[in-house]
Design a protein. Structure first.
Length: 123
């Protein structure tokens, strides 16, 4: 199983990649360096990777799922509610490709701010 490592601020965690086209392209594009944007309890960052939505894309994700937002060419990590969530769900802006999973406690990402530098490397 291929893995990537995401580093932002004091956070450093690995992501187990699924066997999907999205995961393969992200892995092949490493290293990635970008700047964080936040939207509620979600961080996302541009990768300049162009992909299409996969057939199993979804809008409501689970903690620990790592997503790719096709329209924004961005990796998205939801860890709580967003401005469009209903109740406690993690609802992203559109359907996203889920390409990996982390066991890291993503709820700790609350201290990550807009403009923070973020790195993604092969692991």
């Amino acid at each position: 199983m291929k893995k990537i490592k995401i580093i932002v601020g004091k956070h450093n965690f690995e992501v187990n990649l699924f066997d999907t086209n999205t995961a393969k392209l992200i892995y092949e594009s490493c290293p990635i360096e970008s700047y964080v944007n936040t939207w509620g309890e979600e961080i996302y960052f541009n990768t300049n990777i162009l992909l299409e939505k996969e057939t199993n894309a979804k809008q409501i994700i689970n903690k620990g799922e790592i997503a790719f937002w096709v329209e924004g060419s961005s990796i998205a990590i939801g860890f709580g509610t967003t401005p469009i969530s209903i109740g406690d769900e993690i609802r992203l802006a559109t359907k996203v490709n889920i390409f990996g999973h982390t066991k890291y406690k993503v709820s700790l990402l609350t201290d990550v701010k807009d403009g923070d530098k973020i790195f993604v490397n092969k692991y």
